[in-house]
Design a protein around this ligand. Structure first.
Ligand SMILES: N[C@@H](CCC(=O)N[C@@H](CSCc1ccc([N+](=O)[O-])cc1)C(=O)NCC(=O)O)C(=O)O
Length: 213
Protein backbone atom coordinates (compact mmCIF):
# COMPACT_ATOMS: atom_id res chain seq x y z
CA UNK A 1 0.00 0.00 0.00
CA UNK A 2 1.55 3.31 -1.10
CA UNK A 3 2.24 5.99 1.51
CA UNK A 4 -0.60 8.48 2.04
CA UNK A 5 -0.32 12.27 2.07
CA UNK A 6 -3.30 14.23 3.38
CA UNK A 7 -4.35 17.46 1.65
CA UNK A 8 -7.28 19.87 1.40
CA UNK A 9 -10.30 18.57 -0.50
CA UNK A 10 -10.98 22.18 -1.50
CA UNK A 11 -7.88 24.34 -1.10
CA UNK A 12 -8.59 27.96 -0.12
CA UNK A 13 -5.89 29.11 -2.55
CA UNK A 14 -7.83 27.80 -5.59
CA UNK A 15 -5.06 25.42 -6.58
CA UNK A 16 -2.23 27.99 -6.56
CA UNK A 17 0.01 25.60 -4.64
CA UNK A 18 0.25 27.64 -1.44
CA UNK A 19 -1.13 25.00 0.92
CA UNK A 20 1.65 23.14 2.70
CA UNK A 21 0.99 19.74 1.11
CA UNK A 22 2.60 21.29 -1.98
CA UNK A 23 6.11 21.25 -0.50
CA UNK A 24 5.72 17.54 0.34
CA UNK A 25 4.38 16.76 -3.14
CA UNK A 26 7.38 18.62 -4.59
CA UNK A 27 9.83 16.59 -2.50
CA UNK A 28 8.08 13.34 -3.46
CA UNK A 29 8.37 14.23 -7.14
CA UNK A 30 12.05 15.21 -6.78
CA UNK A 31 12.70 11.85 -5.11
CA UNK A 32 10.41 9.84 -7.43
CA UNK A 33 8.56 8.37 -4.45
CA UNK A 34 5.06 7.09 -5.30
CA UNK A 35 2.24 8.18 -3.01
CA UNK A 36 -1.52 8.41 -2.67
CA UNK A 37 -3.41 11.48 -1.49
CA UNK A 38 -6.28 11.45 0.98
CA UNK A 39 -8.36 14.60 0.54
CA UNK A 40 -9.98 16.00 3.66
CA UNK A 41 -12.68 18.60 4.19
CA UNK A 42 -12.17 21.21 6.91
CA UNK A 43 -14.69 19.28 9.03
CA UNK A 44 -12.90 15.97 8.54
CA UNK A 45 -9.63 17.59 9.58
CA UNK A 46 -11.11 18.22 13.05
CA UNK A 47 -12.50 14.72 13.56
CA UNK A 48 -10.80 12.16 15.84
CA UNK A 49 -9.55 10.09 12.92
CA UNK A 50 -7.45 13.00 11.63
CA UNK A 51 -6.58 14.41 15.05
CA UNK A 52 -4.87 11.08 15.62
CA UNK A 53 -2.67 11.96 12.63
CA UNK A 54 -2.23 15.67 13.45
CA UNK A 55 -2.96 16.90 16.99
CA UNK A 56 -3.52 20.35 15.44
CA UNK A 57 -6.09 19.08 12.96
CA UNK A 58 -4.06 20.26 9.98
CA UNK A 59 -2.68 18.99 6.68
CA UNK A 60 -0.31 17.69 5.49
CA UNK A 61 0.27 14.44 7.31
CA UNK A 62 2.29 11.48 6.03
CA UNK A 63 1.48 7.84 6.66
CA UNK A 64 3.84 5.12 5.45
CA UNK A 65 3.01 1.74 6.94
CA UNK A 66 3.36 2.20 10.67
CA UNK A 67 5.12 5.57 10.33
CA UNK A 68 2.91 8.60 10.90
CA UNK A 69 4.17 12.17 10.69
CA UNK A 70 2.75 15.70 10.68
CA UNK A 71 4.58 19.03 10.01
CA UNK A 72 5.57 19.60 6.37
CA UNK A 73 9.17 20.34 7.34
CA UNK A 74 9.48 17.09 9.25
CA UNK A 75 7.91 15.12 6.42
CA UNK A 76 10.25 16.65 3.82
CA UNK A 77 13.26 16.01 6.06
CA UNK A 78 12.18 12.41 6.62
CA UNK A 79 11.78 11.84 2.86
CA UNK A 80 15.13 13.51 2.14
CA UNK A 81 16.83 11.30 4.73
CA UNK A 82 15.23 8.15 3.31
CA UNK A 83 15.85 8.77 -0.40
CA UNK A 84 18.92 10.26 -2.16
CA UNK A 85 18.51 13.49 -4.07
CA UNK A 86 17.60 16.33 -1.73
CA UNK A 87 20.41 16.22 0.85
CA UNK A 88 24.16 15.98 0.16
CA UNK A 89 25.95 12.82 1.27
CA UNK A 90 28.73 14.81 2.94
CA UNK A 91 27.73 15.26 6.62
CA UNK A 92 28.79 18.91 6.84
CA UNK A 93 27.04 19.85 3.58
CA UNK A 94 23.99 17.81 4.65
CA UNK A 95 23.72 19.75 7.88
CA UNK A 96 23.98 23.06 6.00
CA UNK A 97 21.09 22.01 3.75
CA UNK A 98 19.00 21.08 6.82
CA UNK A 99 20.01 24.40 8.41
CA UNK A 100 18.45 26.23 5.45
CA UNK A 101 15.21 24.24 5.96
CA UNK A 102 15.05 25.61 9.47
CA UNK A 103 15.93 29.09 8.22
CA UNK A 104 13.06 28.93 5.74
CA UNK A 105 10.53 27.81 8.35
CA UNK A 106 11.82 29.70 11.41
CA UNK A 107 13.31 32.92 10.03
CA UNK A 108 11.82 33.68 6.63
CA UNK A 109 8.30 32.21 6.80
CA UNK A 110 7.08 33.88 10.06
CA UNK A 111 7.06 37.49 8.79
CA UNK A 112 5.56 36.34 5.49
CA UNK A 113 2.74 34.48 7.25
CA UNK A 114 2.22 37.33 9.74
CA UNK A 115 1.76 39.79 6.88
CA UNK A 116 -0.54 37.40 5.00
CA UNK A 117 -2.68 36.56 8.03
CA UNK A 118 -2.97 40.25 8.98
CA UNK A 119 -4.60 40.84 5.60
CA UNK A 120 -6.94 37.88 6.08
CA UNK A 121 -7.93 38.64 9.67
CA UNK A 122 -7.24 42.34 10.35
CA UNK A 123 -7.66 44.27 7.11
CA UNK A 124 -10.95 45.75 8.32
CA UNK A 125 -9.44 46.82 11.63
CA UNK A 126 -8.59 50.50 12.27
CA UNK A 127 -4.96 49.69 13.03
CA UNK A 128 -4.30 47.69 9.85
CA UNK A 129 -3.14 50.62 7.68
CA UNK A 130 -0.68 51.67 10.37
CA UNK A 131 0.53 48.11 11.02
CA UNK A 132 1.02 46.99 7.41
CA UNK A 133 4.22 49.01 6.70
CA UNK A 134 5.87 47.44 9.74
CA UNK A 135 4.84 43.94 8.64
CA UNK A 136 6.11 44.55 5.13
CA UNK A 137 9.39 45.99 6.40
CA UNK A 138 10.04 42.74 8.31
CA UNK A 139 9.50 40.78 5.08
CA UNK A 140 11.71 43.18 3.08
CA UNK A 141 14.51 42.75 5.60
CA UNK A 142 14.54 38.96 5.13
CA UNK A 143 14.29 39.27 1.34
CA UNK A 144 17.24 41.69 1.27
CA UNK A 145 19.32 39.39 3.48
CA UNK A 146 18.44 36.34 1.37
CA UNK A 147 19.24 38.22 -1.83
CA UNK A 148 22.62 39.25 -0.41
CA UNK A 149 23.41 35.61 0.43
CA UNK A 150 22.28 34.31 -2.94
CA UNK A 151 24.05 36.91 -5.07
CA UNK A 152 24.20 35.32 -8.52
CA UNK A 153 24.29 31.75 -7.16
CA UNK A 154 21.78 29.22 -8.48
CA UNK A 155 21.04 27.68 -5.07
CA UNK A 156 21.64 28.40 -1.41
CA UNK A 157 24.57 25.98 -1.04
CA UNK A 158 25.90 24.79 -4.35
CA UNK A 159 23.51 22.02 -5.40
CA UNK A 160 19.70 22.19 -5.17
CA UNK A 161 18.60 20.74 -1.84
CA UNK A 162 15.67 20.38 0.54
CA UNK A 163 16.81 23.76 1.90
CA UNK A 164 16.03 25.40 -1.44
CA UNK A 165 12.77 23.46 -1.79
CA UNK A 166 11.58 24.73 1.59
CA UNK A 167 12.86 28.28 1.06
CA UNK A 168 11.18 28.62 -2.34
CA UNK A 169 7.97 27.08 -0.97
CA UNK A 170 7.95 29.79 1.70
CA UNK A 171 8.74 32.61 -0.76
CA UNK A 172 5.92 31.58 -3.13
CA UNK A 173 3.40 32.89 -0.61
CA UNK A 174 4.65 36.36 -1.64
CA UNK A 175 3.89 35.64 -5.31
CA UNK A 176 1.04 38.17 -5.56
CA UNK A 177 2.41 40.73 -3.07
CA UNK A 178 4.87 42.59 -5.31
CA UNK A 179 7.46 42.40 -2.53
CA UNK A 180 9.49 39.71 -4.32
CA UNK A 181 9.82 41.89 -7.42
CA UNK A 182 11.97 44.34 -5.44
CA UNK A 183 14.68 41.63 -5.37
CA UNK A 184 15.46 40.42 -8.92
CA UNK A 185 17.93 37.79 -7.69
CA UNK A 186 15.26 36.27 -5.47
CA UNK A 187 12.75 36.40 -8.33
CA UNK A 188 15.26 34.54 -10.54
CA UNK A 189 15.91 32.02 -7.74
CA UNK A 190 12.20 31.25 -7.35
CA UNK A 191 11.72 31.04 -11.12
CA UNK A 192 14.68 28.65 -11.42
CA UNK A 193 13.20 26.36 -8.78
CA UNK A 194 9.63 26.39 -10.08
CA UNK A 195 10.84 25.56 -13.57
CA UNK A 196 12.07 22.23 -12.24
CA UNK A 197 10.02 19.37 -13.74
CA UNK A 198 9.36 17.92 -10.26
CA UNK A 199 7.82 21.22 -9.12
CA UNK A 200 5.72 21.39 -12.28
CA UNK A 201 4.40 17.85 -11.73
CA UNK A 202 3.59 18.54 -8.09
CA UNK A 203 1.86 21.83 -8.94
CA UNK A 204 -0.21 20.19 -11.69
CA UNK A 205 -1.28 17.39 -9.34
CA UNK A 206 -2.54 19.73 -6.61
CA UNK A 207 -4.18 22.05 -9.18
CA UNK A 208 -6.07 19.06 -10.58
CA UNK A 209 -7.61 18.52 -7.12
CA UNK A 210 -9.03 22.05 -7.21
CA UNK A 211 -10.19 21.74 -10.82
CA UNK A 212 -11.94 18.41 -10.12
CA UNK A 213 -13.45 19.49 -6.78
N1 LIG B 1 3.47 23.93 10.50
C1 LIG B 1 2.53 23.13 9.80
C2 LIG B 1 1.38 24.00 9.37
C3 LIG B 1 0.33 23.25 8.58
C4 LIG B 1 -0.76 24.16 8.11
O1 LIG B 1 -0.69 25.39 8.27
N2 LIG B 1 -1.77 23.56 7.49
C5 LIG B 1 -2.90 24.34 7.03
C6 LIG B 1 -2.99 24.26 5.51
S1 LIG B 1 -1.56 24.85 4.72
C7 LIG B 1 -1.68 26.59 5.17
C8 LIG B 1 -2.28 27.44 4.10
C9 LIG B 1 -3.65 27.49 3.91
C10 LIG B 1 -4.20 28.27 2.89
C11 LIG B 1 -3.33 28.99 2.08
N3 LIG B 1 -3.87 29.81 1.02
O2 LIG B 1 -3.10 30.55 0.39
O3 LIG B 1 -5.10 29.74 0.80
C12 LIG B 1 -1.97 28.93 2.28
C13 LIG B 1 -1.44 28.14 3.28
C14 LIG B 1 -4.15 23.77 7.62
O4 LIG B 1 -4.27 22.56 7.77
N4 LIG B 1 -5.07 24.68 7.93
C15 LIG B 1 -6.35 24.26 8.48
C16 LIG B 1 -6.41 24.53 9.95
O5 LIG B 1 -5.39 24.98 10.52
O6 LIG B 1 -7.50 24.29 10.51
C17 LIG B 1 3.19 22.45 8.60
O7 LIG B 1 4.14 23.07 8.07
O8 LIG B 1 2.77 21.35 8.21
Amino acid sequence: MPPILTAFATSPDRGQGLARDMRVRWALEELAVPYDVQLLSFTEMKQPAHLARSPFGQIPTWQDGGRLLFESGAIVLHLAEQHPGLLPADPAARMRAIMWMFAALNTVEPPIVERSMAWVLEREQPWYAQRLPMLEERVRTRLSQLSAWLGSASWLEGEFSAGDLMMVSVLLRLKSSGLLDEHPQVVAYVARATQRPAYQRAFAAQLAVFQNA
